[in-house]
Every structure is written in C-alpha cells, then in structure tokens.
Design a protein. Structure first.
Length: 262
C-alpha cells in the first residue's frame, strides 16, 4: 500500500485519532502506554511519542504525570473532527465506506448541455439519471451530492439500495462498472438557503464545491459527481514534492502518498 510510504509517526497519529473519533476509546479513557503502542506498531518509543505529542497539541489527548495519556473530554472537538482527504482515488473508497445516505431522490431528466459535454455524449442521448443525496458521517450531514449517470445504468439503481450502501459500491459491485481514474476540480463557495437547509448549517456558511468526472476503461467519461461539503467538517490536504530539471525545479502533488487514515 502507498500508505506505508507515509512517516510512521503520522500513520500512528492517524490510527489513534481514528480510535478516538470512532469511539474505540471514549471521552476520558486512558490509551495504551508508549511501550504498549511501540510494541503494537513495532516502532520505537520516540516515534510513538512524536505521534502522541502532536495529538496532545491538537487537543485530542491529555497527559497526566504518573497516570498516563487520556482521551480529551472535549466532546465538541471530537464531534466536529474534520474529514481529511488528499485528492487521490483512495479518497473515494474511504469516503464511500464511511458515509451513509439518509435521503435520496432518483429522477430521469433531460440531459443538461453541460453534462452532455462533460460526458462526451453523442447527439440523441437526450435523457440521463440524476441522483440527489444528503450524505452523513457519524450521524452528521456533511455533503450534498448530485450524480449524473447514463440512463441504461442509472435506471437500474433503486432508492432502497442507496439507503443501504454507497453508490460507488452499487456501481462497482452490483452493476459491474470498473472505474480507472477520476478528474476533479474544487472551489470555495457559500451555501444558499436551500443547500444550508439540507446540510443543517446557516445560509452563507462556507462550503467546498467539488466536481468529479469518473472514467472507465480507455478514458471514457462515465459519471459526473457534484458535491458540496460543509466547510466546518471537510479539509483537503496534499503533499508536494520538488521535481528537478536542468533549468530549475517545480513542485507537484506527490501521487505516491495515500490517505493518512489507512
């Protein structure tokens, strides 16, 4: 896994944070000692200490001299924990595995011109399936998503399926769609009254608007996904590395790095 390339302390930090967020250790619980964590992760105490100290600085953990390290009792901090993603394909699968749909509307509509262009649909493809969903993580709404899917595939999707498992899983496992890559754009925006009501936030709150085009074999565009993420719950992170050339260097996103959650 590419995640193994991440610094070990960062992986350990992400794992402990996951324990806290997913309530494997509740508010005020004592976490394993440095020696226990070092043995569990097969690393040195120094590596563990680096991970733990950062979580203390972020407020997720507290230390008591002679007693150990404990999960914070600040429930608001944990419950408002940001969802961090790096923009790679694994984001989609991680996000899909954690999110749940509690409301969904599937409709057969006339294909909008901008969708016809993005999906490179030939003339005559006048209809498409549009799916609107409010998605939740840990019982908190965090995204409003609109999917545009070709009619022949989209009409096979049922609302009952969407309420039980992620759309990405339905497309891949149930309908046999194999995605090979995705192209996405992001921009900062603000929620209007309708969107704010769906996400449970005040109108005018900051959101991150993400549009993603999903591709299948031979770089054929298959699906357009438009998501509006709550700005207080979603964080985009990335790692850059320099690429050296004879006449200088420039910085690019490091595709070898994976999600810290893994």
């Amino acid at each position: 896994m590419a995640a193994d390339i991440l610094p070990r302390y960062y992986q350990i930090k992400a794992t402990i944070k996951k324990w806290i967020v997913e309530k494997e250790y509740n508010f005020g619980d004592r976490i394993p000692s440095e020696n226990e964590l070092a043995a569990r992760f097969n690393v040195s105490r120094l590596t563990v200490r680096q991970a733990v100290s950062q979580l203390v600085q972020e407020g997720f953990l507290t230390t008591r001299r002679g007693a150990g390290t404990f999960v914070t009792k600040n429930e608001e901090l944990i419950n408002s924990y940001n969802i961090e993603f790096s923009g790679f394909m694994d984001d989609l699968f991680y996000l899909a595995s954690r999110s749940k749909t509690k409301s969904a509307v599937i409709k057969r509509i006339k294909t909008p011109k901008f969708i016809q262009s993005k999906l490179q649909l030939p003339e005559g493809n006048d209809e498409i399936i549009r799916i609107k969903r409010v998605r939740y993580i840990n019982d908190r709404s965090f995204a409003y998503t609109i999917n545009f899917i070709p009619l022949e595939v989209g009409k096979k999707i049922k609302k009952t399926q969407l309420l039980k498992k992620p759309l990405l899983q339905i497309l891949e496992q149930d309908l046999g769609i194999e995605f090979t890559e995705a192209f996405q754009t992001m921009e900062a925006s603000f929620s209007d009254q309708a969107l704010a009501a769906k996400l449970g936030i005040p109108p005018g709150s900051p959101i991150l608007f993400v549009e993603r085009i999903m591709y299948i074999e031979n770089r054929v565009p298959f699906e357009v996904v438009q998501s509006s993420y709550r700005g207080d719950l979603y964080k985009y992170v990335t790692r850059l590395k320099p690429v050296k050339r004879k006449k200088g260097s420039y910085w690019v996103q490091d595709s070898e790095y994976d999600l810290p959650h893994k």
